[in-house]
Design a protein around this ligand. Structure first.
Ligand code: MN
Length: 139
């Protein structure tokens, strides 16, 4: 498909990551993966994705810090970052991610619909460039 958008999925939970890869590939995106904050920075710089989904709870450096480092790098600062967190009570972590430059926050369990909505808003993908979506959302 011409004009495929590339998404970097940062998620340390391999089950969640595999699900996101599966659905995003079905939606017609090219997908790159990272399981840690440092890997996210390395993958971001190496592959220059169109968008990054950033889990905030990561085993090495947290997602807000990885976001800040990507936003401090001239080569990756323009890339939209969606922060994803299960810690809806930990407002400081979310505030920190937004302060670092995350433009959208999604709370786990995320639905396929909410992810698709956010991607469409941020990537302005034309309808005819997307694969057909399932009619029901999955957590
Ligand atoms: Mn996590």
């Amino acid at each position: 498909m011409a004009g495929k958008k590339k998404i970097l999925i940062v998620e340390d939970n391999s089950d969640i990551r595999k699900l996101m890869v599966f659905f995003l590939e079905r939606m017609g995106y090219d997908v790159v993966e990272a399981a840690t904050g440092l890997a996210a920075i390395e993958r971001g710089r190496a592959t220059l994705p169109d968008l990054i989904t950033m889990d905030l709870g990561l085993p090495d450096i947290p997602g807000d810090e990885a976001t800040a480092r990507l936003k401090a790098d001239p080569s990756t600062k323009h890339i939209p970052v969606i922060a994803i967190t299960a810690y809806y009570k930990e407002a400081p972590l979310v505030e920190s991610a937004v302060a670092a430059g995350a433009c959208e926050v999604l709370y786990k369990p995320i639905t396929l619909r909410s992810l698709d909505d956010a991607l469409r808003r941020l990537l302005t993908v034309k309808p005819n460039e997307r694969a057909l979506l399932p009619t029901t959302a999955h957590g």
